[in-house]
Design a protein around this ligand. Structure first.
Ligand SMILES: Nc1nc2c(ncn2[C@@H]2O[C@H](COP(=O)(O)OP(=O)(O)OP(=O)(O)O)[C@@H](O)[C@H]2O)c(=O)[nH]1
Ligand SMILES: [Mg+2]
Length: 276
């Protein structure tokens, strides 16, 4: 039987850990089981129950206090992640020790991990080699997506993660509950965006002092539009349906439940024919 993993990624403070806590609650309501892996060596407080904790292997604080290493917080985190990659059998032992098969990885917020460093790619490839079906879940804070130029950079960060990891990928616009009602309505146009209209909008045109950059934005928007690869799912803490829709989309990418259906079908075939 395959195992399943959501790899929860995104910039610092985008709401990754809060999303994991919301999922835990939602799974409980659905009477489904999931295990959350804290994959952030710098994390301190948790709003969910941690089943596997990477800090048992390596902690950012120890790395920064080490007189030989002398790392600052960012270099220290990269060191930690490289250390984890060299010790993946630790992860394997800890995942195998659990008696269920659905894991959620709460990852650190250093954006370079998702764009060009090898650690996340190594993680996802290794999980796949252990028979995991995985889905990348990339969160971007809605408050930073509200105007065209910021939106383009949010889209590009999510895209660059998708291209780097080459796994099924879901982009989430998080913290919608923090937006005032009027902005909430406005931001909906960014969920399934018409990139060309966004590039040509007055708002976009007037946000650049230089024609060169507004033209560049248009070309980038056209490219994104051609590939049709960007769609954000909204995450609104005040709306229970939003987490449900997100989970349904992820389940579909993971093909979660299909094996169960096959088993049910096999079981049905074994039943004696109805005598009605
Ligand atoms: N209102 C609201 N606040 C949120 C939401 N998601 C996160 N926050 C708040 O935003 C802050 C950062 O959230 P985290 O979940 O810790 O973000 P993170 O992406 O895990 O952060 P790092 O791990 O440090 O990169 C916290 O104060 C959260 O309470 C949300 O959906 N709605
Ligand atoms: Mg976090």
């Amino acid at each position: 039987m395959p195992k399943f993993a959501q790899i929860v990624m995104g910039p610092a403070g985008s709401g990754k850990s809060t999303y994991c806590a919301m999922l835990e609650e939602h799974f409980r309501a659905l009477k489904r089981r999931c295990f959350i892996v804290n994959f952030d060596p710098a994390a301190e407080n948790f709003k969910y129950s941690v089943t596997v904790d990477v800090r048992e292997l390596v902690q950012l604080e120890d790395v920064m206090e080490d007189d030989d290493l002398k790392f600052g917080p960012n270099g220290g985190l990269i060191f930690c992640m490289e250390y984890v990659m060299k010790n993946l059998e630790w992860l394997r032992d800890n995942l195998e020790a659990q008696d269920d098969d659905y894991f959620i990885f709460d990852c650190p917020g250093q954006i370079e991990l998702y764009t060009h460093l090898p650690a996340m790619k190594q993680l996802t490839e290794t999980l796949q080699s252990w028979d995991f079906r995985i889905c990348g879940v990339f969160l971007v804070d809605a408050q930073f997506l509200g105007d065209p130029s910021k939106f383009v950079s949010g889209v590009l960060s999510s895209l660059s993660c998708m291209v780097n990891l080459e796994i099924p990928h879901i982009s989430i616009m998080s913290k919608l509950d923090l937006l005032p009602k009027r902005s909430k309505k406005q931001i909906r146009k960014y969920l399934d965006p018409d990139m060309i209209a966004i590039a040509d909008s007055e708002e976009s045109q007037s946000s650049y002092h230089s024609r060169k950059f507004s033209n560049l934005t248009r070309v980038i928007c056209e490219l994104i539009d051609d590939y049709g690869m960007v769609r954000f799912l909204p995450l609104d803490r005040s709306d229970e349906d939003s987490i449900d829709i997100i989970l349904q989309n992820i389940d579909m990418s993971l093909q979660y439940g299909e094996d169960l259906e096959v088993q049910d079908k096999d079981f049905d075939q074994d039943l004696p024919e109805s005598t009605e």
